[in-house]
Design a protein around this ligand. Structure first.
Ligand code: HEC
Length: 191
């Protein structure tokens, strides 16, 4: 009798907890485009901050310049694009399968050209409508990824000054706020 009472008491105590647990597992997941919007907000904030308050500030004050050879020469700052690539590499090393990269229709580095027709169309789409991302799915090996491509804009004078003057840049007339390319974010869809 006493044992049964104890079990009943335990059930009464834990039932709100159990109900809470089952509610959590019934909750619908966050849509992938919302997840990439969150990731994009963080990457873009860091990218803009680094370009405006580190690269541009140094350059205009006669300090260190940003250039490709930053690893070998300690007086050189990483380019904003390299900052992004390095952080994507570090992020993927945590085991989280999130990855991101910059692409463009006028890449300084041919490796940053769009991969295939769908990325090329996405770049055209974000150029026309920079306020929204172009989304789709891509398969890499057995893994299905959700892909979102966001407009990458000339947010600082240093973006256009450097690209327009770069000997390998195929486009020399970028203006402030132009869409210079796209930021590709990929997150895995299955577990
Ligand atoms: C000091 C020079 C410099 C500055 C400043 C700079 N970039 Fe770049 N950017 C480069 C170089 C060089 C590359 C190629 C890097 C590589 O080898 O992958 C590049 C790569 C890119 C790419 C990928 C396509 C390509 O051209 O290879 C995009 C898009 C891009 N930059 C946009 C921007 C934007 C937007 C800004 C400002 C927020 C900016 N860049 C600032 C020099 C610069």
């Amino acid at each position: 009798m006493r044992g049964r009472l104890l079990i009943t008491a335990a059930l009464v105590c834990f039932s709100p907890l159990l109900a809470g647990l089952s509610r959590t597992s019934d909750q619908p997941g966050i849509p992938p485009e919302t997840v990439t919007d969150y990731i994009h907000a963080v990457i873009e904030a860091d990218r803009t901050f680094y370009t405006v308050h580190v690269v541009e500030r140094q350059q205009s004050g006669g300090g260190a310049v940003a250039a490709e050879g930053w690893r070998a020469d300690k007086k050189i700052l990483p380019l904003p694009a390299q900052f992004l690539m390095e952080s994507s590499d570090l992020a993927s090393k945590t085991g989280t399968k999130v990855r991101y990269r910059l692409i463009s229709l006028w890449p300084i580095n041919p490796h940053n050209a769009p991969y295939g027709e769908s990325e090329r169309h996405a770049l055209e789409a974000v150029r026309q409508h920079p306020e929204r991302s172009a989304t789709g799915t891509v398969k890499v090996g057995d893994q299905l990824y959700f892909q979102a491509i966001y407009a990458d804009r000339a947010v600082s004078h240093s973006c256009i000054a450097c690209h327009n003057a770069h000997p390998r840049s195929p486009k020399k007339d970028f203006q402030m706020n132009d869409v210079m390319g796209g930021l590709v974010i990929e997150i895995p869809l299955d577990k």
